[in-house]
Design a protein around this ligand. Structure first.
Ligand code: PBG
Length: 326
């Protein structure tokens, strides 16, 4: 055949393939979501997330030290709050002596260089299991903002670097930005869960925190998986309200949304490779149906290719180990 163009020439050897590789994963891309428990010397495996556990603060510090050693230095902690401490108004979320602010202080004291991306939403602390105040079956928007503001402020006071509202209430980014600024926290950033979809991939996370909604679903505040223009609207609002980062969640089934925001925003884009996506890969790998390591790296790389600058992933530690091996 007389072919002028032969793309295979650029795939001929590994060195050539490396030269023309367009995207790369590094350990600097990752934020590791972690689950924190009350008490001391505790570790509880999460059945639906093989390899992931809830740790008490003391044990989590060891886990963080191991990650830092591997180069993973950004974490997104989530608190496991005992049912007995939950209430309608998520009161524990703004108790300065509560599990979460105490954990933040402890981490920043031991690892000043570590970056903590702290979740703002009512669900881990809410007896209703919803991200906002429930009134007669309705999720109240504006009343919820007051609670989110208090929660964000306590996290900032404890030493959080980046506040990450995951609740999807309207106006929360502007409200939290103003609250932080009023109290002198101009340097605390906001990573908005901009396009967070109401889907089926959060199940294992809700197992980890026992935070599933007690009734109904989250469709009146999280987005419809069928929509993409709506993601642009959310991105526009978050940007004018002062977000420093935009996030898309989940990641794998929403690579088009990552790309869409990348092409339409100058802000850094984060992708949240959620619990259900992690569980799918782990389950198939445990059955011997796919190569777990390779599937992990391919999924993460696809998020970079789609345009993510940052990836929140339960694979962070394992992927860092994999990258270190070379
Ligand atoms: C809560 C929150 C959720 C996740 C992050 N923050 C669950 C939800 O919206 O129900 C899910 C993360 C995951 O599945 O890994 N606001």
């Amino acid at each position: 055949m007389n072919l002028t163009r032969r793309p295979r020439r650029n795939r001929r050897t590994e060195v050539i393939r490396n030269l023309v590789q367009e995207n790369n994963l590094t350990v600097h891309d990752f934020i590791y979501p972690i689950f924190v428990l009350e008490g001391a010397n505790k570790k509880e495996e999460i059945t639906s997330m093989p390899g992931i556990a809830r740790y008490s603060t003391d044990r989590m510090l060891d886990e963080i030290a191991a990650c830092v050693e591997l180069g993973v230095k950004a974490f997104a902690p989530f608190p496991n709050i005992p049912e007995s401490q939950k209430d309608r108004f998520a009161t524990q979320s703004f108790n300065p002596e509560g599990l979460f602010p105490s954990f933040i202080r402890e981490v920043k004291k031991n690892f000043p260089e570590v970056i903590l991306v702290t979740d703002v939403a009512m669900d881990p602390y809410s007896s209703d299991g919803h991200d906002g105040i429930v009134d007669n079956g309705e999720i109240l928007n504006d009343a919820t903002l007051e609670i989110l503001g208090k929660m964000a402020l306590e996290q900032a006071r404890a030493g959080a670097d980046i506040i990450a509202p995951s609740d999807m209430m309207d106006g929360r980014i502007g409200f939290i930005r103003e609250k932080l600024d009023q109290h002198g926290f101009q340097n605390v950033a906001i990573m908005s869960y901009t396009a967070k979809y109401a889907g089926a991939f959060y199940g294992p996370f809700r197992d980890a925190l026992a935070s599933a909604p007690k009734f109904g679903d989250k469709k009146t505040y999280q987005m419809n998986p069928a929509n993409s223009r709506e993601a642009l609207l959310e991105a526009e609002l978050d940007t004018v309200e002062g977000a420093d980062y935009l996030m898309v969640k989940p990641a794998l089934a929403y690579l088009d949304i990552i790309k869409l925001l990348r092409d339409n925003s100058h802000l850094p884009i984060a992708a949240y490779n959620v619990s259900g996506e992690y569980a799918m890969v782990k389950a198939a790998a445990q059955n011997g149906w796919i190569d777990g390591d390779k599937a992990m790296m391919e999924c993460l790389l696809s998020m970079k290719r789609a345009g993510a600058d940052i990836i929140l992933t339960y694979f962070a530690k394992e992927a860092a180990q994999y990258l270190k091996k070379g």
